[in-house]
Design a protein around this ligand. Structure first.
Ligand code: NAP
Length: 514
């Protein structure tokens, strides 16, 4: 199965952001006195705890240190697990209404402090402020949603096949949940799990990513203000050096009943192996490689708008970002021209604090290296760069548009996690589906078509957990989030998300003398 490449007609390189210098970024620094939710210690059993050492948190746009955070190790992780286990005894006995009220208070506090929370995201993760505010709204929505779902965890009464027996199904919380999260949504990836866990009656220990511990610690501050009891929500920030040892505790301690992880497929497999020894319940939200298919019948302007939204959010660093663009030959030229124009008109690189910025830096220089490696591999195999293609200051990478792309190139075989649009030309629906489904992961997929029969066929046949039809952004608290194949196990958000933290206990009441 090979995609047909377009002739190499376009040689013009246009720069989306011709200049971006250190001097342009120098004016931006986090004013600590104006960051009321900045916390730098771990949060265990309702107390702020220091570790023996600290690690720096850097602004990815400038490389400047913005904070030094306690570098928790296995000892602090164990204390947190023990505290969560102790707190579980009383938290599981609280009523659903009591848990609901506390989650709602936490949501209200997040909403009240959304500017302060968003600023922390922008400085530790690099997102433009508008996107950081969007993440806080999204993040808080999981606390709101699960404050409501907490009160709708119903068991079942099942008709019994035996006259003198009754069958009851009880739903009970799993226990202590270890929550391990990535840097790209430093707030929402926590609440999407913790909202469900706490609603179900579980207690949690959160290990945030090394790059972005500040959002997690700010959530702990607000949890405390909301009145979440000590030990129910714990945070153990740590450096990448300490992560394997902390991960070992969180994934193997017998007191932990559940692991919920969001991150790369490679790390997910490591954690699954650790979880196997004590047979823990697991949820895995792993990597994606989303196809974005534009069929000849598509509304080209909608398709371009969808591509811009799904590709360039967080500078291409989301697990549901479109990663492979498959465009049918009849609409190919128009789509590519209009997408290039939209990139020129809409994308502006800079510090996330600058209101004009739409594209922040990548999280670190390794991430920038990966994008550049994919670009040079593609060019060496015959791709043409229509926009961008270069590294700017630090870890900033130009939004890049590649055509004449084929399926043997690295960029179509692995997740990019950066602002790269590789466009493959195709002729038939079967050909597009075969390319789309050739990946070993299947998180999100998108396609644009006005043909109702085709919409139904392709939506059913795409091997993904989430499909956007004529839509480039699909996430919401109400809808289930998760993937198939090596994109993971389980679903988050929606009415299904809480099931990940519940066990079903079958109770048989017998000898009833009917
Ligand atoms: P990552 O390297 O897998 O890291 C994710 C988290 O796992 C971080 O907190 C990391 O800590 C931790 N970790 C790494 N090794 C560990 C170990 N041995 N034990 C315990 N924890 C360990 O992923 P990333 O690069 O930060 O995030 C990007 C990936 O996440 C992409 O593949 C993306 O598609 C995926 N993602 C998926 C979803 C989804 O919902 N499916 C959502 C967002 C992102 P350190 O930071 O200290 O390394």
């Amino acid at each position: 199965m090979s995609a047909v490449c377009a002739p190499r007609t376009r040689r013009l390189l246009r720069l989306v952001a011709p200049r971006l210098t250190a001097a342009m970024l120098r004016n931006y620094s986090l004013d600590v006195s104006a960051a009321p939710l900045l916390r730098t210690q771990g949060y265990v059993d309702g107390r702020w705890v220091s570790a023996a050492s600290v690690f720096p948190v850097l602004d990815p746009a400038t490389g400047q240190e913005i904070a030094r955070v306690s570098d928790c190790g296995p000892a602090e992780a164990k204390q947190a697990v023990d505290a969560a286990y102790k707190a579980f005894e009383s938290w599981k006995r609280s009523t659903a209404k009591e848990r609901s009220v506390l989650l709602r208070k936490w949501f209200d506090l997040m909403t009240l402090h959304k500017e302060d929370l968003a600023k922390l995201i922008t400085f530790e993760c690099g997102k433009p402020m508008k996107e950081s505010l969007g993440e806080i709204t999204y993040s808080a929505s999981f606390l709101e949603w699960f404050s409501e779902e907490a009160r709708r965890v119903y068991g079942d009464i099942v008709p019994s096949p035996v006259r003198d027996r009754k069958i009851f199904l009880l739903k009970q919380p799993v226990g202590v949940a270890s929550i391990i999260t990535p840097w790209n949504f430093p707030s929402a990836m926590i609440t999407r799990k913790v909202g469900a866990a706490l609603a179900a009656g579980c207690t949690v220990v959160v290990k945030p990513a090394e790059d972005t511990p500040l959002s997690a610690l700010a959530l702990a501050e607000l949890a405390e203000q909301a009145g979440i009891p000590a030990g129910v929500f714990n945070v153990v920030p740590c450096s990448r050096e300490k992560t394997p040892a902390v991960g070992q505790v969180l994934c193997t301690d017998p007191l932990v009943g559940k692991i919920s992880f969001t991150g790369s497929t490679a790390t997910g497999k490591v954690l699954l192996k650790m979880a196997a020894d004590t047979v823990k319940k697991v949820s895995m939200e792993l990597g994606g490689h989303a196809p974005f298919i534009v069929f000849d019948s598509a509304d080209v302007d909608r398709a371009v708008a969808g591509a811009m939204a799904s590709k360039f959010r967080n500078s291409g660093q989301t697990c549901v970002c479109s990663n492979r663009f498959l465009v049918q030959s009849g609409i190919y030229e128009r789509f590519v021209d209009k997408l290039g124009q939209a990139m020129d008109a809409e994308l502006r690189l800079g510090h996330g604090s600058d209101p004009q910025t739409t594209q922040g830096p990548l999280i670190n220089s390794r991430a920038a290296d990966k994008v550049l490696q994919q670009v040079s591999d593609a060019v060496s195999r015959g791709a043409t760069v229509l926009r961008g293609g270069k590294r700017l200051h630090g870890s900033f990478v130009e939004p890049t548009l590649l055509v004449d792309v084929s399926t043997d190139m690295l960029c179509t075989r692995e997740e990019t996690f950066g602002p790269l649009v590789p466009v493959i030309r195709f002729e038939t629906e079967q050909e597009a589906l075969a390319v789309a489904n050739s990946a070993n992961v299947g998180l999100a997929g998108y396609f644009f078509s006005q043909d109702v029969s085709q919409i139904w066929r392709v939506a059913e046949d795409l091997e993904v957990g989430m499909v956007g039809v004529n839509e480039g952004i699909v996430s919401s608290a109400e809808a289930p989030f998760g993937g198939v194949k090596e994109s993971g196990l389980g679903r988050e958000g929606s009415k299904y998300g809480i099931d990940e933290y519940l066990e079903v206990k079958y109770m048989c009441l017998g000898n009833l003398n009917p």
